[in-house]
Design a protein around this ligand. Structure first.
Ligand code: DX5
Ligand code: ZN
Length: 250
């Protein structure tokens, strides 16, 4: 088969095997120019906008609350992926859904009644995701594996942008994918922290379908181009390695 048609086949196959989504994290955007930054990321093909909510308790940093999310929603044309790094998330989930969150991710580390929280998010009409910190074992979500709409693997300790990807996260992505598959759940694995052009392809190969990136997009000065580049580096990997590369080998 000619190389051209071989690659065309690979690219056509990609969506059903690996519907990759790029979610620029606004944490690294210039907050004084949020509208322009959002528009640039969307021009570059952002599929989602990742919004980090921090309370200064669960993580040692503070960011924004529902009013800012509401303003983001007013200008965004893609769904908002809201990552709650807060204690007692149940108290604020309705407000964030009301302000336009399409996806809400909550940390298993703060939730003794995780199942109830996931049901709460779903009952309000948003996608319910659970987040694992680097030190949290995959087994912590075994009992809700059939119930989640996505699983977010933290590949840095949450709280700040611009940290280095923790290499062990790669095997964790595989393990989470395996757990979801065993539960018969096609929910995507999302990865957050230190994702950049040097590791994105490996992360996708491990089974991630949603890539969050802050510094690698907004730290470049050209968010549109950086968003495009991140997708291209994953596509190039698919083209180079062929369909076998899309097999999950964990
Ligand atoms: C960190 C946040 C991330 C952060 C990622 O606690 O959850 O979403 O913005 O930033 P980068 O991609 O710069 O590591
Ligand atoms: Zn995040």
């Amino acid at each position: 088969m000619a190389v051209g048609s071989y690659q065309a086949t690979v690219f056509r196959r990609q969506p059903e095997h690996m519907p990759l989504k790029i979610a620029p994290s606004l944490l690294s955007a210039d907050f004084a120019r949020l509208g322009e930054e959002i528009a640039a990321a969307e021009r570059g093909g952002a599929d989602l906008l990742h919004v980090d909510i921090m309370d200064g308790h669960f993580v040692p940093n503070l960011t924004m609350g529902p009013p800012v999310v509401k303003s983001i929603k007013r200008v965004a044309t893609v769904p908002l992926d809201v990552h709650l790094m807060i204690e007692e998330p149940d108290r604020y989930i309705p407000a964030f859904v009301e302000c336009g969150a399409a996806m809400i991710s909550v940390h298993v580390e703060v939730l003794p009644h995780l199942h109830r929280t996931l049901q709460l998010i779903k009952s309000l009409g948003a996608k319910a995701g659970v987040v694992l910190n680097p030190a949290t074992p995959v087994i912590a979500i075994e009992e809700v594996a059939a119930d989640v709409d996505h699983v977010l693997v933290m590949s840095v300790n949450p709280g700040f942008g611009g940290q280095t990807f923790i290499p062990r996260s790669e095997s964790k992505i595989r393990a989470v994918r395996k757990l979801l598959d065993a539960a018969g759940n096609r929910a995507p694995v999302e990865v957050d922290g230190g994702v950049d052009l040097t590791n994105a392809a490996r992360i996708v190969r491990a089974g991630a379908e949603i890539l969050v990136a802050g510094q690698a997009i907004f730290g470049t000065g050209d968010p549109a181009r950086a968003t495009r580049a991140l997708r291209e580096v994953c596509n190039a990997f698919v083209g180079v390695d062929g369909p076998g590369a899309l097999r999950r080998d964990g």
